[in-house]
Design a protein around this ligand. Structure first.
Ligand SMILES: [Zn+2]
Ligand SMILES: [Zn+2]
Length: 689
């Protein structure tokens, strides 16, 4: 067997084979005398009464044992030992402890491991240059993001921020079937000479999206089926070890362009990060005359735009290639968090009803819990929606009722779908429209930064479209590749494969090992975890949420006409109409100010209501509100680009602190009860409220 494994490693340069069945076949095929050997080992060592799962796990350790035996007989059969050594080194084991394990022959010695890591880092630069020379004609999507070495959850305070080491990560994802896009096409540059154009966005609002946002998201978009429900719920968990996410293939072909110690807090930091790409380009010339889209968070978009304006680099030609683009994952994460924050009291009641009175809902729950609560609210609502809306009638302008409808039928489904469904399915038209819609939310929430970032994206997009720039086509055809997931997944891998107290040098070496080295060892032996809830549990929870919503609407129904606005009403919670210069008037048509007769009229999702004949394709008050919002925010963004701070302000910081998903918050134990009958009955009862 030693001979077989030696041949595999040193003559055929094959990778480790850790799959028990493939391993058995491999040694038996290479040498028929070994037929039965592996099974003999298994039968001798693994007790038969073990469960099928445990037996299979034990077989994997027998594979490890075979490599160990071979390594004892021949020190050149050391692949498996090297893997153990790399793993120990990544986990922060000391050289001494690695050498001790090495004396047991379980691991390679520390020096060998370290040399391997050095070699990997050194060869990486050659490899990446070769890659870009060979693939210079293919469009690549870049991600640049900040990685910091904080492992556990901490309040961002001065102490932890200064202790953390900061790195700039740059990755590139090829779109294999798509050629590089020229910067200038038919005399039209990828960069709009007017930068961001409020008037162009307004033209689209008025002529293309006429009245679209007067209707709820669910009224305008059909519900896309939920076959990947658990996968959807883990959308902001960038870790690989969740079973439900294992199938994500999108990391295929991803290149680590560079990983360096570098803050990303100012325009000059970003220029340094861009130099990682430019220094490769110096030898490969793959950027020359072509677009290099950089999908980034808020600070990335802001500072790369500033850098483009300043063009302080030595090679002003090349920096023009960079095109900052709105990151869909960040839009999704931020808008979900914002819904949770603004409607916290609602979600707290829902949470207590579904999970128990004594449970505590954090002010800012972890992303996975936000996803769960939003998803439950959505599913719970869909089951009762038609009957509830029928009960309240067509012209109910009650402010609390309209607020609830806006939340359940508009905000929640839009922020759930934007990334998980629309973006990843490449539904381009729907995605663009919903980005616009989410911007209208951010506008009324007065959400700093996110009331500007989507506008910048829309302005660029409409400019390319109107001018037939081929980049529009790239975006339309391959939307789902313009993702910021790649860098988040990379960070998640680095975090999972480094120890909390690792040195800068250690983290950098480890990053190159992770991105260049087959992760078969960890994939085989690492414990995977499951999403805490299975489908029957989720069904039970969403039925329970339906019961909560029924109770909620029944109370609203009995208090109709009685609701008076409290002293301090948070305008951000109310439908958009209440933020306009003409807030909805109770019981009357907002156009002619006359009452509704025989339910002749429509109440829109903005809270405004019109007689059928008074509504002419759009809510005039809300359109005015959006138009003003577009001009104000575009102007303020342009000012920031031209004159504003070159470093991150406190406001920017708040936005980028929250893009990391780490650790776990305890999930609740759920005991399933049979409640679907009760739900049926209660839905029938709606008529009798
Ligand atoms: Zn009217
Ligand atoms: Zn309106």
């Amino acid at each position: 067997m030693t001979k077989v494994l030696y041949e595999q490693q040193c003559r055929k340069y094959a990778n480790l084979e850790l799959d028990p069945i493939k391993f058995k076949n491999m040694i038996e095929n290479a040498n028929p005398q070994l037929k039965g050997f592996f099974n003999y080992m298994v039968n001798t060592i693994v007790p038969k009464e073990r469960s099928a799962h445990n037996q299979n796990e034990a077989k994997k350790s027998i594979v490890g044992l075979c490599y160990l035996i071979a390594g004892l007989r021949n020190k050149f059969v050391n692949q498996h030992k090297l893997e153990v050594g790399l793993y120990l080194m990544a986990s922060g084991a000391t050289w001494e402890s690695i050498d001790t394990i090495s004396s047991l022959r379980y691991s390679a010695c520390a020096k060998t491991v370290e040399e391997y890591r050095k070699k990997t880092q050194k060869e990486h630069i050659i490899k990446i240059e070769k890659y870009f020379i060979e693939n210079k004609n293919i469009l690549h999507i870049y991600n640049i993001d900040d990685y910091h070495s904080i492992h556990e959850i901490r309040q961002p305070n001065t102490v932890s921020t200064s202790l953390a080491k900061h790195f700039a990560t740059c990755v590139a994802k090829p779109i294999n079937e798509f050629p590089s896009v020229p910067l200038v096409f038919n005399g039209i540059s990828i960069h709009n000479p007017l930068n961001v154009e409020a008037s162009r966005i307004c033209w689209y609002l008025i002529n293309y999206y006429t009245g679209r946002f007067d209707f709820s998201y669910l009224q305008k978009h059909s519900i896309i089926n939920q076959s990947y429900r658990i996968e959807m719920l883990t959308i902001h968990d960038y870790n690989d070890n969740i079973i439900e996410r294992k199938k994500e293939r999108s990391m295929k072909g991803l290149q680590l362009v560079g990983f360096e110690e570098q803050y990303l807090h100012s325009v000059f930091d970003y220029i340094n990060a861009l130099k990682i790409i430019l220094s490769i380009n110096n030898r490969t010339q793959h950027l020359r005359g072509f677009v290099a889209p950089v999908v980034a968070d808020w600070s990335g978009q802001l500072f790369i735009r500033k850098a483009l304006r300043i063009q302080t680099l030595n090679s002003p030609q090349e920096i023009n290639s960079f095109l900052p683009i709105l990151g869909p994952l960040h839009v999704s994460l931020n808008s979900r968090e914002q819904v949770m924050l603004i409607y916290h009291s609602f979600f707290e009641r829902l949470f207590h009803f579904v999970f128990g009175k004594n449970k505590k809902l954090a002010k800012k729950p972890r992303p996975w819990r936000i996803n769960l609560l939003l998803e439950l609210a959505k599913c719970g609502w869909l089951k009762i929606k038609d009957q509830v809306i029928k009960k309240f009638g067509k012209v109910c302008k009650d402010i609390e009722y309209q607020t609830a409808i806006d939340l359940l039928d508009n905000l929640i489904p839009a922020v759930i779908d934007i990334y998980a469904t629309l973006f990843r399915s490449g539904l381009f038209e729907e995605y663009v429209e919903t980005i616009f819609r989410i911007w209208t939310f951010a506008l009324r929430w007065k959400r700093k930064n996110y009331n500007k970032a989507p506008l910048v994206f829309l302005s660029d997009l409409f400019y390319w479209k109107d001018n037939d720039h081929p980049f529009f086509n790239a975006l339309q055809k391959h939307l789902s590749c313009f993702n910021d997931y790649y860098v988040e997944n990379t960070h998640s891998k680095i975090r999972a494969n480094t120890s909390p107290n690792a040195t800068v040098d250690n983290i950098i070496k480890q990053a190159y090992v992770i991105m260049n080295h087959d992760s078969i060892f960890k994939d085989t032996y690492c414990k995977t975890r499951h999403y805490p809830y299975n489908i029957p549990t989720l069904d039970f929870l969403s039925n329970k949420t339906s019961l909560f919503l029924l109770q909620y609407f029944r109370d609203l129904y009995h208090n109709l006409e009685k609701t008076t606005l409290g002293e301090e009403v948070d305008l951000r919670r109310l439908p958009t109409g209440y933020s306009t210069s003409c807030p909805p008037i109770t019981g009357l048509c907002d156009r002619c100010k006359l009452p509704f007769v025989n339910e002749d009229g429509i109440i829109f999702i903005c809270g405004h209501g019109y007689h059928t004949n008074c509504y002419n394709k759009k809510c005039i008050y809300c359109e005015e509100f959006y138009k003003r919002g577009i001009f104000e925010n575009v102007n303020s963004f342009l000012k920031r680009i031209e004159k504003g701070a070159d470093i991150l302000t406190q406001e920017d910081f708040d936005d980028d602190e929250n893009n990391i998903e780490e650790g776990e918050e305890q999930s609740e134990e759920v005991e399933i009860q049979e409640i679907s009958n009760r739900l049926e009955i209660e839905i029938h009862q709606i008529e009798n409220w």
